[in-house]
Design a protein around this ligand. Structure first.
Ligand code: PAF
Length: 299
């Protein structure tokens, strides 16, 4: 596996394969790899001739400098894990390579960035994500890029950007990977104290409870939210939000007549966690729903 630091080296490494018509897949990451990242890399490895993983902790998407400072980093471990999976190129540029002095451009998606995470973290968060992801797409030129469903709003925002700007890349949204007790894998889980780690399982229980109620016939989003809130309250977790939203627009749904997303965010101790689940009225038993959002779900 090549570890590449500059855009010039990256372009040189991809020129031959591109000219030979090889499929290039990109897995954009901020490092601190866990099984969620590795599952994206494995899927890319299965589906593409050349796999590029980018590792860049993007300062532009952090609204809190302390959060950026304490974001977990372990470059040596990340390199070893990516090499084990058979990644071809690990692109790990420095901040000056991505944002050289005089950088003033931003890519901004309106609408679906203004709700949920956008409302809580501020507009600059998604502007930071879309700006860096469009730069990565221009640097790598992938046919396909892989994102996790855990950050579902991010995935939908990127799909919208790709559609609106005619970017020639397919966005694959891959299922959330969970611990055995349901906690969605996240680099931030490393910050949870043992007590908070135990309490954090309530997030997944809350989402499952929504599916259970829907499977039992409940269609009223207010009743479904109340059920999820009760699960969180039992674990002494006060959420930033719990919502049932459209899989297209992320707008709150007024009735569960078709598929919807249950989304939530909460501080567990000092760590802010997010999670979501596709809620399916046709599902008549309580089981993990790992269905990734299919490409046509965004209009
Ligand atoms: O999901 C992430 O790790 C980041 O938001 C991404 C997509 C790599 C952009 O910095």
């Amino acid at each position: 596996m090549n570890v590449i630091r500059t855009v010039a080296e990256l372009r040189a490494a991809l020129l031959g394969p591109r000219r030979a018509g090889r499929t290039i897949g990109l897995v954009p990451t901020m490092g601190a790899f866990h099984e969620g990242h590795l599952s994206l890399m494995r899927q890319a490895r299965r589906e593409c001739d050349v796999v590029v993983v980018s590792l860049f902790v993007n300062p532009a998407q952090f609204n809190d400098p302390a959060d950026l400072e304490r974001y977990p980093r372990d470059a040596a471990r990340d390199e070893a894990l990516a090499a084990e999976i058979g990644v071809d190129h690990l692109f790990a540029p420095g901040v000056d390579e991505v944002y050289p002095s005089g950088f003033t451009t931003a890519v901004s998606v309106a609408g679906i960035t203004e709700t949920l995470e956008g409302a809580h973290r501020g507009r600059a968060h998604f502007d930071g994500v879309t700006t860096v992801v469009s730069k990565l797409f221009n640097m790598v030129g992938p046919e396909v890029a892989y994102f996790g469903q855990k950050d579902v709003q991010q995935a939908l925002v990127i799909r919208r950007m790709v559609r609106d700007l005619d970017m020639p890349v397919r966005i694959e949204v891959c299922p959330t990977v969970r611990e055995a007790d349901g906690l969605a894998l996240s680099s931030r889980n490393a910050h949870l104290s043992p007590d908070d780690r135990a309490r954090a399982t309530a997030l997944h229980r809350a989402l499952n409870a929504v599916q259970e109620e829907v499977s039992a016939g409940e269609r009223d989003p207010a009743a479904l939210r109340a059920r999820a809130l009760a699960e969180l309250e039992a674990a002494a977790i006060e959420p930033d939000y719990v919502e049932l939203v459209s899989t297209d627009t992320l707008a709150p749904v007024s009735r569960l007549d078709g598929e919807a997303l249950a989304v939530l965010a909460a501080h567990v101790g000092a760590t802010r966690l997010i999670d979501n689940q596709l809620i399916q009225p046709s599902l008549n038993h309580n089981r993990e729903v790992a269905t990734p959002l299919r490409a046509p779900t965004i209009a």
